[in-house]
Design a protein around this ligand. Structure first.
Ligand SMILES: CC(C)(COP(=O)(O)OP(=O)(O)OC[C@H]1O[C@@H](n2cnc3c(N)ncnc32)[C@H](O)[C@@H]1OP(=O)(O)O)[C@@H](O)C(=O)NCCC(=O)NCCS
Length: 197
C-alpha cells in the first residue's frame, strides 16, 4: 500500500509526526503540522497555503474531508483526540480537544467547537458560532438541541483511540507520506528542452 502526498507551498513543507498516518489519495499542502498518532484517511485535502493548519495528537480526519484556511487570522486549529467524520468541510475554524464533528458536517470561518462538544452528522455550523462544551448542535444552520450524554462523550475518546491504533497498523504497511518530487512541485519548472533546428 502506498501513502499520501506532501506538497510544499512557498517552500514550506508539511510537518508530519513520525507516528502519524496520511492515507493514499490524500494531499497535505504547505504550512500544516500533524501530531503524534494523528491520521488523515483516504482522499482528504489539507491545504495550508493562505494560512496554517495545526492538528494535535490522536486526532483523526476521515475519508473525503477537506480542510482549508482563510487569509486574515484564519488558521484551522484542531486539538488532541478530535474525531472528524467522513466527508466533512472545515474552513478556518477551531476544534478544541476531544470534540466530535459528525460525518458530512461543515464548520465555517471563525467558528469554535469547544472541548467535548458534538456537531451532528450533516450539520452546518455557520461563521463565528461557538458550540459550547458539552452541547449537541444539529441542522442547517446548526443550533444547540440538547447536551451530549456521558455515553456520547465516552464515544469520542473511544473512537479517537481506535483510529490512533488503526493508523499505526496502516502506517506500518504504507510507510510515511511521500514528498512530491521536484518535477511535480508547484513553482518549479523543468529546464526547457533545446529546440531542434
Ligand atoms: C446526532 C446523532 C448522535 C443522533 O442523535 P440522537 O439524539 O440519538 O438521534 P435520534 O435518532 O434519537 O433522533 C432524535 C431527533 O434528532 C433528529 N436527528 C438525529 N440525528 C440528526 C442529525 N444528524 N441531523 C439532524 N437531525 C437529526 C432526528 O430526526 C430526531 O428528530 P425528532 O425529535 O424530530 O424525531 C447522530 O445523528 C450523529 O450525528 N452521529 C454522528 C456519528 C458520526 O458522524 N460519526 C463520525 C464517524 S465515526
Amino acid at each position: 500500500m502506498s501513502a499520501g502526498l506532501l506538497l510544499p507551498y512557498r517552500h514550506r513543507w508539511p510537518q508530519v509526526a513520525p507516528s502519524a498516518f496520511v492515507a493514499a489519495g490524500s494531499t497535505v499542502i504547505g504550512d500544516v503540522v500533524l501530531g503524534e498518532q494523528s491520521s488523515i484517511w483516504f482522499n482528504c485535502v489539507l491545504r495550508g497555503d493562505v494560512n496554517y493548519i495545526r492538528m494535535g495528537a490522536r486526532s483523526n480526519v476521515q475519508d473525503g474531508t477537506i480542510i482549508h484556511t482563510a487569509t486574515a487570522d484564519g488558521p484551522t486549529l484542531i486539538g488532541d483526540d478530535v474525531v472528524v467524520g467522513h466527508m466533512c468541510l472545515l474552513h478556518a475554524c477551531i476544534l478544541e480537544d476531544a470534540c466530535m464533528i459528525g460525518m458530512g458536517a461543515t464548520v465555517m470561518d471563525f467558528a469554535v467547537v469547544e472541548s467535548g462538544a458534538w456537531v451532528a452528522a450533516g450539520a452546518l455550523v455557520t461563521p463565528g458560532k461557538r458550540v459550547k462544551s458539552g452541547e449537541m448542535w444539529m441542522g442547517r444552520p446548526a443550533k444547540a438541541v440538547r447536551m451530549v450524554s456521558n455515553a456520547e462523550c465516552e464515544t469520542i475518546t473511544t473512537i479517537a483511540r481506535r483510529y490512533a491504533n488503526r493508523a499505526g497498523e496502516y502506517r506500518a504497511s504504507s510507510g510515511p507520506p511521500q514528498r512530491a518530487s521536484a518535477a511535480t512541485t508547484p513553482g518549479r519548472r523543468r529546464p526547457a528542452r533545446p529546440r531542434s533546428a
